[in-house]
Design a protein. Structure first.
Length: 296
């Protein structure tokens, strides 16, 4: 199922304050796929986020992004000395290699150095991220609740669509029973005509053998069991839809059973109206299966 939520606010991370901006969104997926874009230096945050989100969400491709900026005056801009040392060491090496090949590099100004990524750090303090992580985790429940609210609204709309499709299948199943009753007269005439042709072509055939063959034809073309199973599947689908629990996987499996009965009905139809009903059933079932694959 699709969903979206955004949350922002200022939090305290020990001796520093930060502006935290969360973005959580999801698209349809057969399983649960969690992806995170988090600032560096927050060891353990992703594992805890994964645990908490998986406890609330069972299906979908979910991405969570966090933008974290330090806002207190003392930490608005902080020199990352380790990053600066690394940059200077690389510059020295670059100058040596350039000189060895006869090239002269342009002078590097302090402004050039400070403009390099990572030299100026406005992110969280790396020394003790625990208070900051705790403050960030306190924002997760409101974020997931807002995210889940959008999915609940989509789920309510999908419930109406799926319930309507189950009603269509039930109506087609009843129409198939009526058509099957009407088919018996046509089948009787066809069987009597076939019997007359066989008797004329093979007058010495045993009457008992003819009766056996005709009975076998009647059994093979009977669709009562398929229609009974379709009715049972409709009842099971309604129970799942009304349960209020995550039922996407169960309904996905049930759609395979729906499709199997519709295929068998079409293969046994031998009647224009029953064939039409079977094709209509397959169309509705395919449409329903597409919706079910988006359902948690």
């Amino acid at each position: 199922m699709t969903g979206f939520a955004a949350l922002s606010g200022e939090i305290s991370g020990g001796a520093a304050t930060f502006s935290a901006q969360w973005d959580m969104r999801a698209v349809n997926g057969r399983g649960l796929d969690l992806r995170f874009r988090l600032p560096e230096g927050l060891d353990g945050l992703e594992a805890e986020l994964r645990k908490r989100i998986a406890a609330r969400i069972a299906r979908g491709n979910v991405s969570v992004a966090l933008k974290l900026v330090r806002t207190d005056p003392a930490g608005a801009m902080r020199l990352n000395t380790q990053a600066l040392d690394n940059v200077l060491a690389m510059l020295v090496q670059a100058e040596k290699q350039a000189e060895a090949k006869g090239f002269a590099l342009a002078p590097i100004t302090p402004a050039d150095l400070l403009g390099l990524r990572g030299v100026i750090d406005t992110g969280p303090e790396a020394s003790d991220p625990a208070p900051l992580i705790a403050a960030l985790l306190a924002q997760i429940d409101p974020l997931v609740e807002a995210f889940d609210a959008t999915r609940q609204r989509e789920g309510a709309a999908m419930l109406a669509v799926l319930s309507g499709q189950v009603a269509q299948i039930e109506a087609l199943e009843q129409a198939a029973r009526v058509a099957a009753t009407a088919r018996r007269g046509d089948q009787g005439e066809a069987l009597r005509a076939a019997l007359a042709r066989l008797a004329e072509a093979a007058p010495n055939i045993e009457p008992g053998r003819l009766e056996q063959e005709l009975a076998l034809i009647a059994v093979k073309s009977d669709i009562t069991e398929e229609l009974d199973r379709l009715a049972a599947h409709c009842g099971a689908a309604r129970v799942l839809l009304e349960s209020g629990a995550p039922v996407g996987r169960k309904l996905d499996f049930l759609m395979q059973e729906f499709n199997r009965e519709a295929n068998t009905l079409c293969s046994k139809a031998q009647h224009a109206e029953l064939t039409r009903i079977g094709l209509d059933l397959k169309t509705v079932i395919d449409q329903m299966r597409e919706q079910v694959q988006n359902l948690e």
